[in-house]
Design a binder for this molecule. Structure first.
Ligand code: DGY
Length: 336
């Protein structure tokens, strides 16, 4: 029997690759860098499945280069790098990895919140750069406290809710803004709904947990940053494009807000001339929300299971575009 052909755009951890290789003929892009656009288009030709990363732009041209493609399995929860409407139109199943990275990403959001509040990056540089000359001082590196403060969560999905759970342990007042209100979550997480403007005005910490879409592009812009408290800290572990980064740099520089903890940027890697790099009151990490051994290993397994399920004509564990089933039912896909 001919094995289905699959292209994997980066070497991932073992469990997934082993699973895929047992059933498919797998081509894995070698090297640490993502494949170039030309490589992507060349390698996707004739493939039944694609396992891609959030750094691969899977637009209509790439999708169009692979008429036999049946499934795009993304090694991410965000799918803003994929033209999902075009995939659906062509009957291609798009799968992703929600759930498995919730706790790791919520941990990072909380880490950035605490690190920005207590100026940990600055403190670390202070020690390493030999600036620590006086053993202890009543005014050295004063920061903000999180315990008992108000946390505003924008987007109360899986990750936003996991951040709210952590905040309960810090006796924080939790506010949230979401497309839809959820009375059950409000009860479970002791969270109060607010309009986005009111949330920004009332919160000491604001953590963003929304996907990047045309509707959320720069949803946190200059005007919104202007609503925040002077002592407020903004945390972003979702997508850089949901914030106007120039306005944020200005807000941080001019003291409209106290600090920021950022894991994601509108351009990644962050360009060397980004004004954010010069600001003391920012804690910056390089898009590592899901970067734990445990989570990445699970992501590897889930991406493979998602992909194999579709090729077997079975419901994948995490399907992003269920409406695709009306265009091409799973029974028509079954290749093994
Ligand atoms: C994702 O998977 O979309 C996250 O950004 C990873 O950190």
């Amino acid at each position: 029997m001919i094995k289905p052909r699959v292209y994997v755009t980066r070497r991932t951890l073992q469990p997934g690759l082993e699973l895929l290789s047992s059933r498919c003929e797998v081509t894995v892009h070698q090297g640490e860098e993502p494949p170039s656009r030309e490589e992507l288009i060349r390698n996707i030709r004739g493939k039944d499945g694609l396992l891609c990363m959030l750094t691969d732009r899977i637009d209509s041209e790439v999708i169009g280069a692979a008429p036999s493609l049946k499934v795009i399995s993304s090694f991410s929860v965000g799918v803003d790098h994929i033209d999902t409407a075009e995939a659906t139109r062509r009957g291609i199943y798009v799968t992703y990895t929600p759930g498995v990275l919730t706790q790791a990403t919520a941990d990072l959001a909380f880490t950035l919140m605490m690190a920005a509040a207590r100026r940990i990056s600055e403190a670390d540089r202070y020690v390493r750069n030999g600036e620590w000359k006086i053993g202890w001082s009543p005014t050295m590196l004063l920061g903000e406290e999180a315990y008992g403060k108000t946390l505003g969560i924008v987007g109360l999905g899986r990750i936003g809710s996991a951040v709210a759970e952590r905040a309960l342990g810090f006796r924080m007042k939790v506010l949230y803004h979401s497309r839809t209100r959820s009375p059950e979550k409000e009860k479970k997480l002791n969270a109060e709904y607010r309009s986005l403007d009111d949330l920004l005005k009332e919160s000491d910490f604001v953590s963003l947990h929304i996907p990047f879409t045309e509707k959320t592009r720069q949803i946190i812009d200059r005007q919104k940053l202007g609503l925040m408290k002077k002592n407020a800290v903004l945390i972003n572990t979702s997508r850089g494009q949901v914030v106007d980064e120039d306005a944020l740099a200005e807000a941080l520089e001019k003291g409209w807000i106290a600090g920021a903890g950022l894991d994601v940027y509108s351009t990644e890697p962050l360009p060397a001339d980004s004004p954010l790099l010069k600001l003391k009151n920012t804690v910056l990490s390089p898009h590592i929300g899901s970067a734990t051994h445990q989570t990445r290993s699970l992501m590897s397994e889930i991406t493979a299971k998602n992909l194999l399920a579709v090729l077997k004509g079975e419901e994948p564990p995490y399907l992003f575009n269920p409406e695709v089933k009306e265009i091409r039912p799973l029974s028509e896909i079954k290749v093994f």
